[in-house]
Ligand binder design. Structure first.
Ligand SMILES: NC(=O)N[C@H](N)C(=O)O
Ligand SMILES: [Mn+2]
Ligand SMILES: [Mn+2]
Length: 391
């Protein structure tokens, strides 16, 4: 699937491998740090172990993996690289096509990968060969900056569902079709986009009683967000009533029942509103990933490593300013990560790095050099705890 691996195998290792990685793809018009930061941190940490002669003291294989496609921008499926390693990628994925009609299999062939079902089977790792997966990633949110702390550990990752909504109407002349005779998919889509926002801002206004059997609490609704990031129209001419409009839907929540109920409720609303407007519609499920907890023991080790790294950089150490408190923040992640796929193979832990203004998926994305240093130091401290034998 286009992943890139770098592995160090100690001569007499008996323990299961530690995998450290992140994704090397990103979104359109992105920043420099999403994904890449985690890969660079991992490679740098192993380089320091080599330079300091510690590689030979590793008690377990340590492997860096740069995953090929985490964002799912091109094929609307996501975690292609990590899901292949985790062994959860269905063979059918090879036939999913992008907007130009190129399938995953063809895209791989164009890059000299013979992607057959058998080849896909060879990519997956056996659970007994892997002990844990750790990922360093910028936070992509405002919490660490607000806490004035450079690093944090992740308690869990929100679940996510991606849909594609297709609305078909009657294509026609913008000047001659009376308003009352139109079957306009653009207006239907616009109404659905605004309704989706209302559904996620205030679900109680929309959910029917039987759906509320979950009696959603404030906590269970935590992190409920929805986004329409793409909207395509055909034929996309200013003087033509569109024939078809389709748009993407991205729904996330910390609670899987909440997310599934919102998805079901929105699908029902799509059918109802399109019926009312006499347009045809379809809701395609492109991707779903359940909310993923991080492993408590790995998280505790990452917390200890973080505290050690930040205190080593505090004034009198390497002069790292800004760590106002000693307790390492523990955060939930609204963003998805390869760790969600890798959690289906092994236990996972994540280390978050503060980013300016919490901005990500934008050229404005920025991480302070000192915070990159702190992340690398914390990863080294984690490796010392987790994989390097005492002298
Ligand atoms: N698969 C994903 O969730 N990709 C991004 N990391 C995202 O959060 O959208
Ligand atoms: Mn991203
Ligand atoms: Mn990412």
């Amino acid at each position: 699937m286009g992943n890139i691996h770098g592995r160090f195998e100690p001569s007499n290792s008996t323990d299961k491998a530690l995998l450290i990685g992140s994704h090397m793809d990103t979104v359109i018009d992105a920043g420099m740090y999403d994904g890449a930061l985690g890969i660079i941190c991992a490679i740098s940490a192993l380089k320091v172990l080599r330079v300091t002669g510690k590689l030979q003291r590793l008690t377990r294989p340590v492997e860096v993996i740069a995953f090929s496609d985490e964002e799912g921008v091109r094929f609307q499926t996501t975690f292609l690289g990590s899901a292949a390693v985790a062994g959860i990628l269905p063979e059918s994925i090879l036939q999913v096509s992008d907007k130009s009609g190129t399938t995953v299999q063809e895209a791989l062939r164009l890059n000299s990968f013979e992607a057959s079902a058998a080849a896909l089977g060879q990519v997956k790792y056996s659970p007994e060969s892997v002990g844990s997966y750790v990922e360093v990633h910028l936070e992509q949110g405002p919490v660490l900056e607000a806490l004035r702390y450079p690093l944090g550990v992740v308690k869990g990752i929100a679940g996510q569902t991606r849909l594609k909504v297709i609305v078909d109407g009657s294509q026609g002349h913008a000047g001659t079709v009376p308003m009352k005779l139109r079957r306009d998919p653009m207006v239907a889509a616009a109404e659905l986009v605004v309704t989706l926002e209302g559904l996620c801002k205030d679900p109680s206004r929309f959910l029917t009683y039987d759906e509320e059997c979950g009696c959603f609490t404030e906590e269970s609704l935590a992190g409920l967000v929805c986004t329409v990031g793409e909207l395509l129209t055909w034929p996309s001419a200013s003087n033509v009533i569109p024939g078809q409009v389709n748009f993407t839907v991205d729904i996330r929540a910390m609670d899987d029942l909440v997310r599934e109920t919102i998805v079901a409720s929105f699908s029902r609303i799509v059918m109802q509103r399109c019926d009312h407007r006499l347009v045809d519609c379809a809701v395609e499920h492109k991707h779903s990933a359940a909310a993923t907890p991080c492993d408590p023991e790995l998280t505790a080790q990452l917390k200890r490593a973080t505290r050690s790294a930040v205190s080593a950089m505090a004034p009198g150490g390497h002069g790292h300013a800004g760590a106002e408190s000693t307790a390492t923040p523990v955060l939930m992640s609204g963003a998805g990560h390869d760790a969600m796929a890798m959690a289906r193979l092994t236990r996972v832990g994540m280390l978050f790095v503060r980013c300016r203004g919490g901005v990500s998926h934008s050229p404005e994305e920025h991480v302070a050099e000192d915070d990159v240093w702190a992340a690398g130091l914390a990863l080294l401290r984690f490796l010392d705890q987790h994989a390097v034998a005492e002298l």
